[in-house]
Design a protein around this ligand. Structure first.
Ligand code: PLP
Length: 341
């Protein structure tokens, strides 16, 4: 697929859409009087944030060794998922292909945009069945394929992702929200090889900044420009842009926290092995475990009674609960509670 082909997947109204251009963000001044945006002259946060995210994209560009014009920032990767669907999927006409079970937001935003959601049911190893993929991707109204790897809620990485990128006649979004916890390779280096590939990453998980709402989409220059055309101009606020800039200067803290979570993941796994009500602990490449219980309903409600919140909202895997790795104190309380069930 060439970059030219990408345009044919873009909705016509989006192809014709003029981006909102902030004059001040797209020109250079030394010390301008800013009387253009009806802001207050008082206060610390009186100015609108940089709509082009220039400093932050440059910083991420240097950190990841990816050109800044191939980096798009969103108000969380959730916003980017929403925007990607809006760019490529004609309401009431196009559909999206999603793994089942996987992250709920793909289907959520597709439904809001009135796009059909076609499930690719995962096999018993939680892998995509290639034959099912080849059959369902033939339909040319299927514009997007979402691959979540490591997958939420199953925890495993998806094998042979390049096969799906190569064989899908549309845009492939690889959601790498948990990639930092995994030993598998990121798909990031494939973006210059495949113009139909978008890789999503986020500051919400391993970076510990879920409250700041900053997600990243890496892709071709064409797709990046499309995201900047459709996004709401001031989508990432000043506080969050500055905070992430700061955190990118404290890589050691990030690395220490990540190592600590990985260590706790091992500890928790070991402890879980001696919990009687558990029937299976699925392998994980993420910061959570998918666990099968003999009586998940009872375990879940007992945990809630003890004010321990876990996630049990996957009808496809009825006896399973997803539990994320906490700090040692939290993990100990969890284990003690589980052992008493
Ligand atoms: C948590 C998560 C995200 C992150 O979303 P943000 O909007 O960046 O917080 C994205 N994808 C998956 C699969 C997730 O589990």
């Amino acid at each position: 697929m060439t970059t030219l082909d990408i345009q044919k997947f873009v909705r016509k109204n989006i192809q014709e859409l003029k981006p909102y251009i902030s004059f001040r963000d797209n020109n250079q001044f030394i010390k301008p009087l800013m009387m253009d945006a009806n802001e207050s002259p008082f206060g610390e946060f009186n100015r609108y944030p940089d709509s082009t995210h220039k400093n932050l994209r440059d910083k991420i560009s240097a950190f990841k060794n990816i050109a800044a014009n191939q980096i798009a920032l969103g108000n969380g990767s959730d916003e980017l998922i929403d925007l990607i669907i809006k760019i490529f999927c004609e309401p009431k006409k196009d559909s999206v292909l999603v793994m089942n079970p996987s992250f709920a937001m793909y289907g959520f935003y597709a439904s809001i945009n009135e796009n059909k959601v076609l499930p690719l049911n995962l096999n018993e190893k939680f892998e995509i069945v290639k034959e099912d993929f080849l059959n369902s991707s033939k339909e040319n109204q299927t514009k997007l394929l979402f691959i979540c790897s490591p997958n939420n809620p199953t925890g495993n990485s998806i094998s042979d992702i390049e096969f799906y990128i190569k064989n899908f006649q549309g845009i492939v979004v690889v959601d790498e929200a948990y990639i930092e916890f995994s030993e598998q390779k990121s798909c990031l280096e494939l973006i210059n090889e495949y113009p139909n590939l978008i890789v999503l990453q986020t500051f919400s998980k391993a970076w510990g900044l879920a409250g700041a709402r900053v997600g990243i989409a890496y892709s071709s220059v064409e797709i990046t420009n499309l995201i900047y055309t459709v996004k709401s101009p001031f989508n990432v606020n000043i506080l969050s842009q500055n905070l992430v800039l700061e955190k990118l200067d404290q890589i050691e803290d990030f690395q220490n926290n990540l190592n600590e979570i990985l260590k706790e993941r091992d500890w928790l796994k070991n402890q879980l092995l001696s919990v009687k009500c558990i029937s299976k602990i699925y392998p994980t490449d993420a910061n959570f475990f998918l666990i099968e219980f003999e009586n998940a309903e009872k375990v879940y409600s007992t945990l809630v009674e003890n004010e321990i919140l876990t996630s049990k909202r996957f009808p496809q895997i009825p006896n399973c609960i997803r539990i994320n790795v906490g700090n040692r104190n939290e993990n100990e309380i969890l284990i003690n509670t589980l052992k008493n069930i």
